[in-house]
Ligand binder design. Structure first.
Ligand SMILES: Cc1cc2nc3c(=O)[nH]c(=O)nc-3n(C[C@H](O)[C@H](O)[C@H](O)COP(=O)(O)O)c2cc1C
Length: 344
């Protein structure tokens, strides 16, 4: 062991119902990002489990054509285990959507009680349910009854609507009620709905939740921007798993880094040729789903984040930002990920 080598850590075993995952490192649900390509790349780089971006129940029920379904919720062979996440307002509207996602081949159904955006709150969905535990638990029971027993149902929650004691009480009512209803795991984001993304995620709250939950499975979320953060959250809070969110955008290598760090090795940053390989793989995966005319817009959203790993990150980010045609995108790859940087 070199003097700089980190100490190896013993990782918890993460179980989500019947799913026994290879490590505690999970790709979080991320609207606008955690589509099939992002999930596949996360899995290839070591994520033990990934979750599809949130889907609104009505949308899932009403998508008619097979091609639209293939674009929005088809599971690839190399993805398993992968969860789908549902959000809605009325308990009675969940079953048909949950059934459709089960048919599509997801390995777990997650229920979103966390989304803080205005459209979700205004539509009485997502984080809104944290203020009405009875309805929230009705949704959980309805989904649990619908989904075949062998598939886990899970819940994603923020720590409350706000910082009041009443919010905390509602949180624990939903948490306990959900486990009583047969939920296999709960992911907790340590921010309130009111906070949106301002200010820190409360890791002490996560520690309290895990202490309360005992051997029931809790995953933690919030402020995981590096492998060090992920290992530290496991150690400081005792959660069974950690879900990497913003820290994994344009950064599937974060999962490899988590595994390396846990094994007592210094994480390897991605070489320029690895960055290029992943950008090209991401493009090819998007191309399969969206065709020649549809891959560039979603890829640019990720590419500006991939640029962070490049020694000329700002210039690369700006160049991707200006690449409005496939040829321009290819030219950025040639200019910044080609022979000038020792790749060819
Ligand atoms: C752009 C964006 C989209 C998100 N979409 C979802 C989602 O679809 N479902 C969900 O449960 N959480 C979603 N989240 C919340 C994240 O999964 C995570 O809980 C949150 O970002 C805190 O983790 P972080 O501080 O490490 O990013 C989203 C967050 C962001 C920034």
């Amino acid at each position: 062991m070199t003097p700089d080598a980190p100490l190896a850590v013993k990782l918890p075993t993460l179980r989500v119902g019947a799913l026994r995952l290879e490590s505690p490192f999970v790709q979080a649900a991320l609207s606008g990002y955690s589509d099939r390509p992002m999930r596949v790349l996360a899995r290839r780089h070591g994520a033990a489990y990934t979750v599809h971006e949130v889907l609104i129940d009505r949308f899932v029920r009403e998508v008619r054509s097979a091609s639209a379904r293939a674009r929005h919720f088809v599971v690839g062979d190399e993805e398993h285990p992968v969860g789908a996440q549902l959000m809605g307002s009325e308990p009675a509207e969940f079953p048909a959507a949950a059934e459709r996602l089960v048919e599509a081949g997801y390995d777990a159904i997650d229920i979103n009680f966390g989304c803080p955006v205005r459209s979700a709150m205004g539509g009485c969905r997502g984080g809104y349910h944290l203020g009405q535990p009875d309805v929230a638990l009705d949704i959980v029971r309805t989904v649990r009854r619908t989904v075949p027993e062998h598939l886990p149902v899970t819940v994603k929650m923020r720590r409350g609507i706000d910082d009041t004691e009443a919010s905390r009480t509602s949180f624990f009512r939903i948490l306990d009620g959900a486990f009583d209803a047969g939920v296999a795991a709960v992911t907790v984001h340590g921010r309130t709905v009111e906070q949106k993304y301002v200010g820190p995620s409360s890791w002490p709250f996560l520690r309290d939740v895990k202490a309360h939950a005992g051997d029931r499975t809790i995953l933690g979320s919030g402020d995981l921007f590096s492998a060090e953060d992920a290992i530290r959250m496991l150690a400081e809070t005792g959660v069974d798993g950690v879900t990497l969110a913003r820290g994994a955008i344009g950064n599937p290598w974060i999962f490899r880094s988590c595994l390396e760090l846990a094994a007592g090795r210094v994480p390897t940053p991605p070489s320029i040729s690895e960055q290029r390989e992943v950008l090209e793989a991401h493009r090819d995966l998007l191309l399969e789903i969206h065709g020649e005319r549809g891959w560039l817009t979603p890829l640019r959203r990720h590419a500006v984040k991939y640029a962070r790993h490049h020694p000329d990150g700002n210039a690369v980010r700006d160049a991707f930002g200006r690449a409005h045609a496939p040829e321009a995108f290819a030219a950025v790859l040639e200019q910044f990920y080609g022979s000038e940087y020792g790749v060819g």
